[in-house]
Unconditional design. Structure first.
Length: 97
C-alpha cells in the first residue's frame, strides 16, 4: 500500500521543476490542457488496473498529470490579476471575511 500511495507523489514531486520550464516555454493553456487530458486518462486507468504493476503505473501517470496544476494556476493568477489583488484571488473565501 505504501508503494501504491507514494507512486503518485514521486512523479508529482519530480516533475515540479520541469513542468515550470514547460510552462515558461509553451504557456499555461497548452500545458494545462495536456495535463487535463492525461489526468482523465489516468483516472480512467486506475479502476481498470488489473494488478499491482498496472495500478502502480496508473498512479504514477496520475502524478505526472497533476504536476502542472499548481504551477499553471499560480502562473495564470500572476497573469490575470494585478499584483495587489493576487492574494484575494487565491484565498478560499475570496478575501471577504
Amino acid at each position: 500500500m505504501g508503494l501504491l500511495f507514494s507512486a503518485f507523489f514521486w512523479s508529482y514531486t519530480i516533475l515540479q521543476a520541469p513542468v515550470g520550464m514547460l510552462l515558461d516555454r509553451f504557456g499555461v493553456t497548452l500545458v494545462s490542457r495536456v495535463g487535463a487530458f492525461l489526468w482523465g486518462a489516468a483516472t480512467t486507468a486506475v479502476p481498470l488496473a488489473s494488478g499491482f504493476a498496472t495500478l502502480f503505473g496508473a498512479r504514477m501517470l496520475l502524478g505526472v498529470a497533476e504536476a502542472p496544476a499548481f504551477p499553471a494556476n499560480s502562473k495564470a493568477t500572476g497573469y490575470w490579476f494585478p499584483r495587489r489583488e493576487r492574494a484575494l484571488a487565491t484565498t478560499p473565501i475570496g478575501g471577504h471575511g
